[in-house]
Design a protein around this ligand. Structure first.
Ligand code: AMP
Length: 114
């Protein structure tokens, strides 16, 4: 399925609602619909990229921006310790094939993840 057919593209087009916490010309951040922690936000690029495997050198500024926005969102949410997760591929837990950075915090987080 091409990245522009995912539920996240529908959110970006405004076809389905989201609980937005940050947005700019390059990305959108919104609360995960099935939060795994008190704070669980997804940061996604407006330009559809399937996952990091499909990213190219030219995407470096955008990928860096997503991480800086993740930190911005964490600060905005009052978090001092938090985790970012990017799942790549179904066997790694990726269920939506439009790149997204999970920002998870607000509780103790175990390591290693399952
Ligand atoms: P992943 O499993 O890494 O691909 O993460 C996809 C995430 O998207 C999951 O945590 C889902 O709960 C979340 N998700 C799916 N649909 C929506 C939606 N409509 N709004 C917000 N989050 C969603």
């Amino acid at each position: 399925m091409p990245a522009d057919e995912t539920i996240f593209s529908r959110i970006l087009r405004g076809e389905i609602p989201c609980d937005e916490v940050y947005g700019d010309e390059r990305c959108l951040a919104f609360r995960d619909i099935q939060p795994q922690a008190p704070v669980h936000v997804l940061v996604i690029p407006r330009r559809p990229i399937v996952n990091l495997n499909e990213a190219e050198d030219a995407d470096a500024p955008l990928l860096g921006h997503l991480l800086l926005v993740a930190a911005r969102v964490a600060r905005q949410e009052g978090l001092t310790a938090w985790r970012t997760v990017i799942n790549n591929g179904a066997e790694a837990g990726q269920s939506v094939f439009h790149l997204h950075v999970h920002v998870i915090g607000g509780r103790s987080l175990a390591w290693p993840p399952g």
